[in-house]
Design a protein around this ligand. Sequence first.
Ligand code: PEP
Ligand code: MG
Length: 310
Amino acid sequence: MLTRDGARVATLANVNLLSEIQPILDLRADGIGLYRTEIAYLVRDALPGEDELTELYKNFLALARDIPVTVRTLDAGSDKFIDYLHTAREDNPALGLRSIRLTLRHPGILRGQLRALLRAAAGRRNVRLMFPMISSLDEFRAAKALCEECRAEIERETGLPCGLDTGMMVELPAAAELAPAFAREAAFFSIGTNDFIQHMLAVDRANVGVMDYFTPHAPAVLRALKRVADAAADAGIECSVCGEMGHDPRFIPFFLGIGIRALSVEVHSLPTVHRVVSRLTLAEARAYADALLGADTIAETQALLRDFTA
Ligand code: PEP
Ligand code: MG
């Protein structure tokens, strides 16, 4: 997709269910920017085995044909509670043993998933892997090391090359703070704005009682997003957005203005993203982003927000 002045923006789709893939192809998305693999775990009542997952991922890749895909490893816990994985009751599940923490604590789970994905993707290009809820470089390195072990095993077993580019989700203030260091080791960033806002502002994304605190336009959020985009640009890696802010016509120009050139959205939002991107110029997007970044209060950014579909 091109902006009005000819800049290329990748419009990607988020996939929860395989049935969403054909509509994504029909709408000519440039790729799948987030495959939420936890759904397959959520709908089962026991941990799927490696062979079962390999079949599922082969189906997924066959349906996606040759468009680039980014697969996220299991992001279980909190709003994606899986009872057979979570036995201990936690007072603060959003801050608990979830996501990459859970799968590194029980590496057999991550190993089974990585081996299945590597087996399914062996010999294919255009498949990337990302880890969710990364909070430290140590954790990212541990996840990558496990992936590397699995890669070596699968190459030995199949005789096929099966390396995957490995990136990370930026969903935590700690990742934003350390973005330049992460950008030296990650193949790409994908910003999960749903969790990013939750953790930047300490506001539960699922609690309607504090919904008015869930403000994507909070200056702290916008400036942190800019720092992440800058760190990616400085390191020459792609930075996409896969959280819900990415389909909001008030924020698409902001993202383009801070240098982001890939947006991954739910399938039904692809037409909106296409419409907004095609109407914008980068000069307009940069001026809009600069104005938002110059404001210190939520009231000021709120007053500056414009719906670019109008
Ligand atoms: C996010 O947090 O923005 C994200 C894309 O991941 P999920 O919504 O699946 O937590
Ligand atoms: Mg998330």
